[in-house]
Design a protein. Structure first.
Length: 250
């Protein structure tokens, strides 16, 4: 074998080794590019998920602001009209004391002398909730009846649970009878298309902790609470956001 043949063979080996090295470098570069692409995709999907969650949080925050504004307006208008009501510390419940509705112990009847005042409360509720379509931010408005802790044995074995429920029903029925068609509360729907208002009773299980001065504890607990709940993302909506993220990063 001549020297020229040896050099030619070495050159061929060098060329082959260089080509193999270049292929390895190219494969590693492609693998790095693929990894970077995957990471970028995950980062993008994570940002989308964060934006989706932020949108839901913003909706809840906006609804809470709207609820606070509504309860402030309702209480200010009623108090200005001489109907003393209170709003709880987390601005979600409006309490209407027995002084405004006249519930005697063991009674769920709204007497005639209190009817105009009770009707005015419903009208203010309707006006404020309908203003700027605020009802779209609400899930449910609960009309909750309450009693004092005095044991009650009424007709058909009615106890305080029944008494509290009938108090709420009495007020709800009065609103239905006294309010014109364009302001009826039973016509309002929530975001899901269901009735906005609901009626319930709690007997003496939720006593007033800070009854107004001069009002006996029993009378202070004979009241109606208007509890307003706002729309919140459902578990299905949150699961969908999570599932969309997972599908996009597989």
């Amino acid at each position: 074998m001549s020297f020229t043949d040896v050099m030619s063979g070495l050159l061929l080996v060098f060329i082959l080794a260089t080509v193999a090295l270049m292929l390895q470098v190219s494969q590693k570069q492609q693998a790095l590019a693929d990894t970077q692409h995957t990471l970028n995709a995950k980062v993008t999907e994570a940002k989308k998920q964060q934006a989706a969650f932020s949108t839901q949080i913003d909706k809840v925050n906006e609804a809470e602001v709207i609820r606070t504004q509504m309860l402030k307006e309702i209480s200010e208008r009623l108090n200005a009209a001489g109907i003393q009501v209170t709003v709880n510390s987390d601005t979600s419940v409006l309490s209407i004391p027995t002084a405004a509705l006249g519930f005697a112990s063991g009674s769920y009847t709204i007497e005639p002398q209190y009817a105009a005042r009770a009707a005015a409360i419903g009208q203010v509720l309707s006006d404020v909730i309908r203003k700027d379509d605020r009802f779209k931010y609400l899930d449910t408005v609960f009309v909750e009846g309450h009693t004092d802790s005095e044991p009650f044995n009424g007709p058909l074995n009615m106890d305080n649970w029944g008494l509290s429920t009938f108090r709420a029903i009495s007020l709800w029925q009065l609103w239905g009878q006294s309010m014109p068609g364009d302001s009826r509360l039973d016509a309002l729907k929530n975001a899901q298309g269901g009735p906005l208002f609901s009626v319930s009773g709690y007997a003496d299980t939720r006593p007033v902790d800070d009854a107004p001065a001069g009002i006996p504890d029993f009378a202070g607990n004979r009241r109606i609470d208007i509890r307003i709940t706002i729309i919140r993302p459902s578990s299905k909506e949150l699961e969908k956001i999570s599932d969309d993220f997972s599908d996009g990063t597989k």
